[in-house]
Design a protein around this ligand. Structure first.
Ligand code: AHR
Length: 502
């Protein structure tokens, strides 16, 4: 199996926005309580936040975190989650049927993110609430002293505005499961009005309109068209959400998931640009891919669809990942990188315990799942701009996605070094069960790859617990062979790898 990748630094997709390496913390299961926050844990700071989880978050390379939901936000009264903790009341979160203790709210989260140097992305409730509550929250977070909601923040102990830049106008409002679900016209009008009010409070913010919850929603396409016809001039981004899983042992289709993501992005871009064309607008709507991951939603989530009312941070959707899942996560990152021109913001859903790269035991350890590795290495190595590659590869036929490329590739070119060359990173995935020989052509430009990191989709299956999960790790690869103008890399079957050099 042979593939050819041609690169040249003069041909670029665009610079990488660091917000592409975002993640997500929802009030769901153990994401907040016993996830990022656990007073009394041996590593917790004076605010009750776990140091071990924060350290792994940095190692993962997360730049931005979306909060507080997710489905949770559509029934959230943010005012009840601020002020003295002893005055806050527990309530029933209708999304996950859990008693929310209300110990962590807007201030606790934003101060944690600030201490950790992570950009927050906030969501407003457009399910059970509307324009006024959304505008008030922007004022609470970003307003200067001298008006009602900003003064409430100051009275709660926080003088300086948080300066939250990124805001989601609700969450998955197309989904019938969403509390306060709306049709595209209802949502489009509400999002436009809420967005207008929010930007009148703080014109510097960026807004994300809800796109479809997945490409497979019946309303997909029409939803984007209608919502953007109301919101085009107000919003900056439209959201995309996608989760992939192996169904019925169909490994090939699962390995082709990133091609489905690729097509999804192209379709949403086409829908957005069609509205722009109709409006004769020079503005381009970009994508906030603010939920993506492998999630065994249809296969393992079944029992959790009819949740009993629970309390005390129940274990909900704590998927355990295999090495194969990690290869697919690496491939999804390849797709995101290759769309750097239209996808500036993305969030791996989620960060800790809930379909997450980081797991914890209450009172105990925190560890990396298999999916941690491709994310961490990509976030670290992908610097500068994404190159516009020419990739010549055979295809394989899959049941779910038709023909998909057997090998996928992305390359990044960092800032110029003293010798005038950039730092290069190359990400390669071999989806086939055969080894693949990839010839990298780099006409007229030097390319010295110093080595690589490889992750193989073994057949061992899930990796439950710290020891099993961390056994996967990644293997180091030596510098590949090179000749004049070419580098040749052999990829193991069903593998993700990242190569670095100058
Ligand atoms: O990430 C888990 C859930 O998936 C989120 O709450 C929701 O937005 C999506 O359906």
């Amino acid at each position: 199996l042979e593939a050819t990748v041609t690169l040249h630094p003069d041909f670029q997709v665009g610079p990488i926005d660091r917000r592409l390496f975002g993640s997500f913390v929802e009030h769901l299961g153990r994401a907040v309580y016993t996830g990022i926050y656990e007073p009394g844990h041996p590593t917790s700071d004076e605010h009750g936040f776990r140091r071990d989880v924060a350290d792994l978050t940095h190692e993962l390379g997360v730049s931005m975190i979306r909060y507080p939901g997710g489905n949770f936000v559509s029934n959230y009264v943010w005012e009840d989650g601020v002020g003295p903790k002893e005055d806050r009341k527990p309530f029933i979160d209708l999304a996950w049927r859990t008693i929310e203790p209300n110990e962590v709210g807007t201030d606790e989260f934003l101060q944690w993110a600030e201490r950790e140097g992570i950009e927050p992305m906030m969501a407003v409730n457009l399910g059970t609430r509307g324009v006024a509550a959304a505008a008030a929250l922007v004022e609470y977070c970003n307003g200067e002293a001298g008006s009602q909601w900003a003064d409430m923040r100051i009275a709660n102990g926080r003088e300086k505005p948080y300066g939250v830049k990124l805001w989601c106008l609700g969450n998955e409002m197309d989904g019938p499961w969403q509390i306060g679900h709306k049709d595209a016209h209802e949502y489009g009008k509400l999002a436009a009005e809420a967005g207008k009010a929010m930007k009148l409070v703080d014109p510097s913010i960026e807004l994300v309109a809800c796109g479809s919850s997945s490409m497979y929603m019946d309303t997909f396409g029409e939803w984007e068209r209608t919502v953007l016809s109301y919101t085009y001039d107000i919003v900056d981004h439209i959201s995309m959400h996608a989760y992939y899983e192996e169904k019925n042992g169909d490994r090939a289709s699962f390995l082709g998931s990133a091609t489905a993501m690729d097509r999804f992005i192209e379709r949403v871009v086409a829908s957005a640009d069609a509205i722009g064309a109709q409006k004769r607008s020079d503005k381009k709507i970009t994508i906030s891919f603010d939920e993506w991951n492998v999630w065994y939603l249809e296969t393992r989530f079944v029992g959790e669809k009819n949740l009993p009312l629970q309390r005390d941070a129940p274990r909900i959707i704590e998927d355990v990942y295999s090495a194969l899942d990690a290869v697919v996560v690496g491939d999804l990152l390849v797709t995101l990188l290759n769309h750097a021109d239209r996808v500036p913001v993305a969030a791996l859903a989620q960060l800790v315990n809930v379909i997450a790269p980081i797991m914890t035991e209450p009172g105990g350890e925190a560890w990396r799942q298999t999916t941690f590795h491709p994310f961490a290495h990509t976030a670290r190595l992908a610097q500068g701009s994404v190159l516009d590659l020419r990739v010549d590869v055979p295809t394989m036929t899959t049941t779910a996605h038709g023909d998909v490329p057997v090998v996928t590739a992305a390359a990044t070119w960092g800032g110029a070094s003293a010798e005038g060359t950039g730092d290069v990173a190359l990400f390669l995935v071999n989806r086939s069960a055969e080894p693949a020989t990839v010839t990298i052509k780099h006409p007229g430009v030097r390319l010295d790859l110093a080595g690589g990191i490889e992750l193989l989709a073994d057949h061992v299956g899930m990796r439950e617990g710290k020891a099993a999960a961390e056994e996967v790790g990644v293997v180091e690869r030596d510098a590949p062979g090179s000749a004049e103008g070419t580098v040749t890399i052999t990829l193991a079957p069903e593998s993700w790898s990242a190569w670095h050099g100058t």
